[in-house]
Design a protein around this ligand. Structure first.
Ligand code: 8IG
Length: 277
């Protein structure tokens, strides 16, 4: 979409599910793939998985699809891909996450998830790079998300719609992931607003309230995915220990490097898990 055209999601009278349906029609037209079975959002460090999942049928710029925003950050790829697994499933790979901290509102933050549901996807795989609170974790380690705490205090759900979030991160799908790697640990993901990292005191708060992973995405997306009836699998790459857990300051450069180093291993893991879904 040209830059001077308003994003339809910025019109408060627009129905976000109608915009997602339009986006899904764009994807079908541009990829030639009429439906997808699984959707996968690639966070920092997970990008190489797209090539390993199967045969790429089409790659399209996200900006060609209704309601998508330009990626804000280096290391975040602004493309959507349709990939066919050896088992014959169509996977929509979303390389263009819109973060809540970009300030475009929660509708734009979860638009890719609603679009994935509108393409037919029944499983949403959400991946991210994040800070670890458990001292047993090492940078470069992938972990499963077992639950979340949403500290944005926002919600993608509009109106009096009391969506149940029990087993939000599917125990069934976590068990499938562990058939591929039985050593996978799990933890509770805490979504902070960002874009600043936490203070050490905030990390201690997250720990005391039951959190193990600090991040800036995923929780709002998972809620929207559940509202759309999808089953959710969440993976965090621990790129750094959270502030105060590690004794050196956090840097975005360090996060990118940890991601780059871990990428071949975790991408292979992710591709094998997707083959089992
Ligand atoms: I990569 O330590 C990455 N993303 N909130 N805290 C938060 N987000 C992150 C972190 C972190 N590391």
């Amino acid at each position: 979409m040209p830059e001077n055209v308003l994003n339809p999601l910025d019109d408060p009278t627009a129905d976000p599910f109608a915009v997602a349906a339009e986006a899904a029609a764009d994807i079908a037209r541009l990829t030639g793939v009429d439906h997808h079975d699984i959707a996968l959002t690639l966070g920092s460090g997970w990008g190489k998985a797209a090539e390993l999942i199967g045969e790429t049928i089409a790659t399209i710029p996200a900006t060609e699809v209704t309601g998508f925003s330009k990626p804000a950050l280096e290391g975040h790829v602004g493309t959507l891909r349709s990939v066919r697994t050896p088992g014959g499933k169509n996977v929509l790979v979303i390389g263009a996450r819109t973060h809540y901290y970009e300030g475009h509102g929660v509708r734009r933050t979860v638009h890719s998830v609603r679009t994935a549901a509108a393409t037919g996807a029944k499983i949403m795989v959400l991946t991210n790079g994040a800070g670890g609170i458990k001292t047993s974790w090492k940078p470069g380690q992938p972990v499963l998300i077992s639950d979340h705490i949403n500290l944005t205090m926002d919600s993608p759900i509009e109106g009096a719609n009391f969506v149940d979030l029990t087993d939000l991160y599917s125990a069934r799908l976590r068990a499938v992931a562990r058939t591929v790697d039985s050593s996978l640990d799990d933890g509770v993901y805490v979504q902070f607003r960002g874009p600043h990292y936490e203070t050490p005191a905030e990390v201690q708060m997250a720990k005391i309230i039951g959190g193990h992973i600090c991040g800036m995405s995923t929780a709002l997306e998972a809620i929207a995915a559940r509202q759309s009836g999808m089953e959710i699998l969440g993976f965090s790459l621990i790129t750094n220990l959270a502030a105060g857990i590690q004794d050196t300051p956090l840097s975005h450069q360090e996060v990118i490097e940890a991601g780059r180093e871990a990428e071949p291993v975790i991408s292979d893991l992710l591709a094998r898990v997707i083959g089992e879904l």
